[in-house]
Design a protein around this ligand. Structure first.
Ligand SMILES: [Zn+2]
Length: 267
């Protein structure tokens, strides 16, 4: 191994050691090399740009339902994070909930709590509880900082290649360089890029607990995922990289006893 190469590896090891965090609830260690401030600044401006031209739903009743369920989940998550010493993880969040007139069965949450639900998913969610499955899952991606982790992994890949040397000391430059990886390729919103299967599974797990914390019965989640799997559509966020329907159903069943511990019905 050359000197240059071992030095490079040393830097990477040091970076990784300095840049780890722990995912709430699952306790998984994750890479965290990019500051949340940088991720959220970029996320918020992307979201604002998207919302400016998005076909906002004219259905007031359905919009109210999205906002209501979203706010309940956000409030439950905030309370949990505060009482467990993890509020710094969501301190910079600026929750926002929008319903858009798009027939695709889809939803997404950008870093920092910027949530979009498509009208096309409502026939599958059917009621507030079904919507809580979707929003719990989306909020889980944001709270678990999956975008930050994906970006950090991209940085490591890049550092393992050519882009080492002085750039390492200037992470914000690197963030600018790699922002397109996270925040969009061309006109494509980055949030539309599929998460890894591991991230999807973790969002299912944490989302189940979040919906329970907000007072929605997590034992109803399996029914929603079954309806989605029968829809036959392949939307980016919901089906492409997801575990097979069978695996997902099994996992959801296995997490249910844990989620039920957080469930306090409020109806
Ligand atoms: Zn997801």
């Amino acid at each position: 191994m050359s000197m240059k190469r071992s030095f490079k590896n040393l830097i990477i090891v040091a970076l990784i050691a300095a840049g780890c965090s722990t995912v709430p609830l699952t306790g998984r260690k994750q890479l965290h090399l990019v500051s949340n401030e940088e991720v959220l600044t970029s996320s918020f401006s992307q979201y604002d740009e998207y919302i400016k031209t998005a076909p906002i739903s004219k259905d007031k009743q359905k919009t109210d339902m999205v906002v209501k369920v979203g706010k309940r989940i956000a409030a439950a998550v905030e309370q949990y994070m505060k009482s467990n010493g993890m509020e710094s993880r969501i301190r910079e969040f600026q929750w926002e909930f929008h319903l858009v007139a798009d027939a695709t069965p889809n939803a997404f949450c950008m870093p920092g709590g910027k949530i979009v639900v498509y009208e096309g998913i409502l026939p599958y969610t059917q009621d507030e509880t079904g919507l809580a499955v979707v929003l719990g899952h989306e909020v889980a991606h944001a709270v678990a900082e999956h975008s930050n982790e994906r970006m950090s992994q991209q940085l490591v890949v890049a550092l393992g290649g050519e882009a080492l040397n002085a750039t390492v000391t200037n992470k914000s430059e690197l963030v600018k360089e790699f922002a397109p990886v996270i925040y969009g390729l061309g006109s494509q919103l980055a949030v539309m890029l599929p998460y890894s299967r591991a991230h999807e599974s973790e969002a299912d797990h944490i989302g189940l607990i979040f919906m329970a914390m907000a007072g929605y019965d997590p034992s109803m989640a399996g029914k929603f995922w079954l309806r989605m799997s029968q829809s036959g559509s392949k939307t980016p966020e919901f089906l492409s990289t997801h575990p097979s329907d069978h695996t997902r159903a099994e996992k959801i069943r296995s997490w249910l006893p844990e989620a039920m511990k957080y469930y306090r019905p409020v109806f």
